[in-house]
Design a protein around this ligand. Structure first.
Ligand SMILES: Nc1ncnc2c1ncn2[C@@H]1O[C@H](COP(=O)(O)OP(=O)(O)OP(=O)(O)O)[C@@H](O)[C@H]1O
Ligand SMILES: [Mg+2]
Length: 375
């Protein structure tokens, strides 16, 4: 893209160094810019595309008229995408004023259009305790991700994980990606709500486009209720409604995206907008661990303590922690006990330490279900 910028020769002293020390007189012949993104942004950063170079020419002319251009510095958009930065990759002559005949070339963005962070993990299904129903139902997704071509139009496309917080939904999605060796694009629904009208919807489409490039691939949308809350529970903001519509379009598969599977996660499936909920072919429930499962979670995590345990009976702890989630057991019961031992410079974790942290949990809210703790 080349833009001729016609400007009055004016030096903008706000940009660049003190001009009194070294006046910049020459007019830039050309300028190569690269979209650099916002100084601060969410995970889903979006590049404002230049759809009409002619209009952009006028727009750029008004904004950067008279600015001094130096390689490595930035030009900031001040209007439509406030503070969106373009880094100056090249300018000739080296230090010159954007002027009458300066050509401005905007390079395609390199990384800024990446819609989400991809992660792989070393979590396996062996690490997830219980959740047998989820495990059985996920067999199908597993087969699909291993052999997407076999399914054709019968591919599982949208699956909903629901259940109390800390029961292993995110862990499960990671294990699934790991087992099938496919990338996973994790997105928090709240991060999709953009600042500008249309931004959220575009982010959804970009997300699916990126997933398609990497297919087979899992899109994992956490906290789905944040955007797809039933209209009875929340007056949808215009932009949120727009995101929901974009999501529905993608979930309907209007644009074919072979090999892309969406997993949504929520704590409550009954609060999800009916239109969104009906797009999920399968709802997979995650439940709180029973006593045997609590014991297994406690045992496998205690094994990784950096200091030894002494005379502990985890069965007793499992018995008294009914109603707690896996996250409560790991992050609250075990961690609190371990940390207090470390703070007090002791050599090992005892049954009393574990008891004390369960008791503490009973006294503060925050556990999945503290009323069901048997102490
Ligand atoms: N079934 C389980 N087996 C083993 N560990 C578990 C299990 N469930 C939870 N945990 C522990 O709790 C942590 C949190 O689990 P995870 O993030 O998967 O919960 P979640 O269901 O996604 O919660 P949220 O709804 O709040 O997002 C895990 O990293 C793990 O240490
Ligand atoms: Mg989660």
């Amino acid at each position: 893209m080349i833009f001729i910028v016609r400007t009055v020769q004016k030096v903008n002293t706000k940009v660049g160094r003190d001009l009194s020390k070294s006046p910049v007189e020459s007019t830039a012949e050309f300028l190569v810019l690269e979209p650099a993104g916002y100084p601060m942004t969410s995970v889903l950063e979006e590049y404002p595309e230049i759809e009409n170079p002619g209009v952009f020419e006028h727009y750029a002319r008004e904004q950067w008229n008279g600015f001094v251009a130096r390689e490595g510095e930035y030009l900031f958009d001040r209007r439509m995408y406030p503070d969106f930065a373009y880094s100056i990759n090249e300018v000739y002559p080296l230090e010159s004023v954007i002027g009458l005949k300066t050509k401005i070339i905007v390079k395609d963005p390199v990384v800024s259009s990446a819609p989400a962070v991809e992660f792989t993990s070393d979590i396996s299904f062996d690490d997830v305790v219980g959740q047998h129903t989820a495990r059985r139902k996920c067999k199908l997704i597993e087969r699909f991700l291993e052999q997407p071509e076999m399914f054709g139009r019968w591919a599982p496309r949208n699956v909903l994980f629901f259940g109390p917080s800390g029961t292993g939904k995110t862990m499960f999605a990671k294990a699934l990606a790991n087992k099938t060796h496919v990338p996973i694009l994790p997105v928090k629904a709240t991060e999709l709500i953009g600042e500008f009208v249309g931004e959220g919807a575009r982010q959804i489409h970009q997300l699916y486009e990126r997933a398609q490039e990497m297919a087979p691939c899992i899109i994992f949308i956490d906290e789905l209720d944040a955007i797809a809350l039933d209209r009875r529970h929340q007056e949808l903001r215009g932009d949120v409604a727009e995101i929901v519509n974009a999501l529905l379009t993608e979930m309907d598969g209007i644009v074919e995206r072979p090999g892309v599977c969406t997993i949504g996660a929520t704590n409550r499936n009954d609060t999800i907008d009916a239109a969104v909920r009906s797009r999920f072919e399968e709802e997979i429930e995650f439940s709180l661990p029973d006593e045997k499962e609590r014991l297994a979670i406690l045992e496998s995590n205690v094994n990784t303590f950096p200091i030894p345990v002494k005379d502990v009976d985890l069965k007793v702890i499992a018995e008294m922690t009914e109603g707690l989630s896996g996250r409560d057991l790991v992050g609250k019961v075990l961690k609190t006990a371990l940390h207090s031992v470390i703070i007090e410079d002791r050599d090992n974790v005892s049954q009393d330490d574990l008891h004390a942290s369960v008791k503490k949990l009973k006294n503060v809210s925050g556990a999945s279900n503290p009323d069901r703790l048997y102490i």
